[in-house]
Design a protein around this ligand. Structure first.
Ligand code: ATP
Ligand code: MG
Length: 611
């Protein structure tokens, strides 16, 4: 990971321990001293945290987490780490319809992979891990107390009536006919709601706040509703479920969270958040730490948006269920598991989130910045290998096996296979070297040959010399074509004096190309991924139209030849295929002897970040 946030600075190699909070907080003068950091700093200085900053990441287990969530993860965990506090992982499982354990488990896996670990007490037998649903009893009790205090009432307006009564911001709304029902009667109805006496939507519980507020969310919002749906953990224990605006501040407060950070769309809900916390305070429910009453507060930052993709879980689910992609972890998906399978590194994702930064202004980020971060890290760490993705055969006519030896001595002196030794990573000596067999027939990439070379084409062409990476100088003499004119074989000769790559007489050769030995090279499936959408904003015509902007060429599968050292590549081994790009062995499909590689990112791009 690049901690510096500036181009050119290098991060530690794989596996090195990293203080992630640092990426959001570098020097005093740095822009990463963003408003959230300053906010927390002040509260710490004012003694409001009781000696411990506590944050939380609260995903709903209704899908896999994506790069946008990764940003929230970096902010929530990063801030806690920076202030030596703790960050809870809380599954916000208050909306039972779409939640599942599969999602919950994968959220945990992905956060850990990103390099973060929750800590704190926990309420589900695991330190730092909470389920909002474990607090349902307490939420219900708080609601009952609101009713007793005349601060909430049951309402049976229909959805349409409710909207009409609520009105528009410019004009005060109309009170519900149930607004002044007695607490006793309200409690009776609320219990009947819980006991299953009513159908979905027949009654709800509303907070009694202010029907004239210009903030529509403050006009007696619904805090409990009836849903006759099984919960993935609690089964049919409940048929009433708390609304997010009621549940979230209670969860934060009960867990002793000091700083609750979320995305901007919740800003208008903040007065309601504070209202609920105030009511908990009245009920004597706010926790006390080291003599300080912990009063949770919410602040909001801009979502992460990326061009050429969609990030709503609903649309990602649609891509999966309709089979437009191979699953949540399809390497083209903006999900964390998709990016892992694509070969992105946790460090590069964190670096990207740090570079995008924390602000109050909605903006769109270019996927090229993320790719740049990936390249920066892989350039330092990826093992170099040779692979030929679009192979054409080259026959070295004067190689010993292709010549009739005149004496048996000559055969002994010129074995048919020589070994080339190349570094595993020229930027990291400790990575060592490997030996690659080289024989009389090799594969090269079709694009490295031109029968009639253009100007400045210094690679393989008749009459032209080229260096075969690490091996020798080769002079092309011609090619064989099939009836359609396609080149099927290239011929030429090697210069035995140039073994190792340089000519004995000092003559210069401009081009160097990579190759794979035909006799020992291994066949591999290589999946070349590109952007999933051709349009910068696939939602520009609305969410029902986004599929028409899918890139028909977002996946191309080729049969390649790779050097023998790649035969055993296993899931998530990362490589630079020399002159081609960065690749990763597929997490699931790569098998010993039959490797499968995903292209993570091409080798070069003109993109450069502005800072
Ligand atoms: P989606 O809209 O994709 O369904 P969500 O906001 O409903 O996402 P949650 O599981 O509720 O998903 O999100 C958990 C946390 O992640 C919330 O605090 C939310 O604000 C944050 N988050 C979600 N999307 C983004 C994003 N694009 N950028 C930054 N934070 C995000
Ligand atoms: Mg949400």
């Amino acid at each position: 990971m690049n901690c510096g946030g500036r181009p050119g600075r290098r991060g530690p190699a794989h596996g090195a321990p990293v203080k992630y909070g640092i990426i959001f907080a570098m020097s005093e003068s740095d822009t990463s001293r963003h408003f959230l950091r300053q906010w927390i700093e002040k509260d710490v200085a004012d003694g409001k945290t009781g000696g411990k900053v506590v944050t939380r990441f609260p995903p709903e287990p209704n899908g896999y987490i994506h790069i946008g969530h990764a940003k929230a993860v970096c902010v929530d965990f990063g801030m806690a780490e920076l202030f030596g506090g703790e960050c809870h992982l809380r599954l916000d499982d208050t909306n039972p319809t779409k939640e599942s354990d599969e999602y919950a488990e994968n959220i945990k896996k992905d956060i850990r992979w990103l390099g973060f670990q929750w800590s704190g007490e926990g309420d589900a037998g695991e330190p730092g891990f909470y389920n909002a649903s474990n607090m349902f009893d307490k939420m219900y009790a708080i609601a009952e107390e609101l009713i007793r205090r005349g601060q909430a009432y049951c309402c049976n307006l229909t959805q349409d009536e409710w909207k009409e009564y609520r009105g528009v911001p410019e004009k005060p709304g109309t009170p519900s006919p149930s607004r002044d029902t007695s607490p006793e009667r309200n409690l009776q109805i609320f219990h009947e709601m819980r006991d299953g006496k009513y159908a979905d939507g027949e009654w709800c519980l509303r907070a009694k706040i202010d029907m004239a507020s210009p903030n529509i969310h403050f006009r007696d919002p619904v805090i409990y509703r009836i849903r006759h749906v099984s919960h993935y953990h609690l089964g049919d224990k409940w048929c009433v479920y708390p609304m997010y605006d009621f549940a979230h501040p209670i969860e934060d407060a009960l867990e002793g969270v000091t700083h609750s950070m979320c995305t901007l769309e919740f800003e208008v809900h903040r007065p309601l958040y504070d209202w609920v916390v105030d009511r908990m305070d009245e009920q004597g429910l706010l926790p006390v730490r080291n003599g300080v009453k912990i009063r949770t507060q919410q602040r909001e930052f801009a979502r992460l948006n990326i061009t050429y993709t969609v990030m709503s879980k609903r649309l990602l689910l649609q891509l999966v269920t309709e089979g437009h992609v191979a699953g949540w972890d399809d390497p083209r998906m903006p999900t964390v598991c998709g990016m892992r399978r694509r070969g992105y590194t946790p460090g590069a994702i964190r670096e990207f989130c740090a570079r995008v930064g924390v602000s109050k202004f909605e903006s769109e980020s270019d996927p090229a910045l993320l790719e740049w971060c990936v390249r920066e890290e892989l350039n330092q760490t990826a093992t170099r290998r040779m692979a030929v993705l679009d192979p054409v055969k080259v026959v070295i006519d004067n190689w010993p096996t292709h010549q009739a030896p005149s004496t048996s001595d000559e055969v002994a002196q010129a074995p048919s296979t020589k070994l080339v030794e190349l570094p595993n990573n020229p930027l990291d000596e400790s990575a060592g070297t490997r030996k690659i067999p080289f024989g009389g027939e090799i594969w090269i990439d079709r694009a490295d040959f031109m029968e009639v070379p253009e100007k400045k084409f210094f690679r393989m062409a008749p009459g032209q010399e080229v260096r075969l990476r690490g091996a020798c100088i080769f002079k092309c003499t011609g090619c064989v074509k099939d009836e359609s004119g396609k080149v099927v074989e290239i011929h030429g000769t090697w210069d035995p004096e140039s073994w190792g790559g340089n000519a004995a007489d000092g003559r210069k050769v401009k081009g160097t190309i990579h190759w794979v030995d035909c006799a020992t090279g291994v066949k591999a499936e290589v999946r070349l991924y590109d952007r999933l959408f051709t349009e910068k904003d696939p939602l520009k015509d609305g969410p029902s139209e986004f599929l028409k902007y899918m890139n028909p060429d977002s996946l191309k599968v080729v049969e390649a030849y790779v050097e023998p050292a790649l035969a055993e590549a296993k899931g998530l081994d990362r490589f630079q295929f020399e002159r081609t790009g960065y690749f990763v062995a597929d997490e699931f499909d790569s098998k010993p002897g039959a490797p499968v590689f995903n292209r993570t990112v091409t080798l070069k791009d003109s993109y450069k970040p502005s800072v």
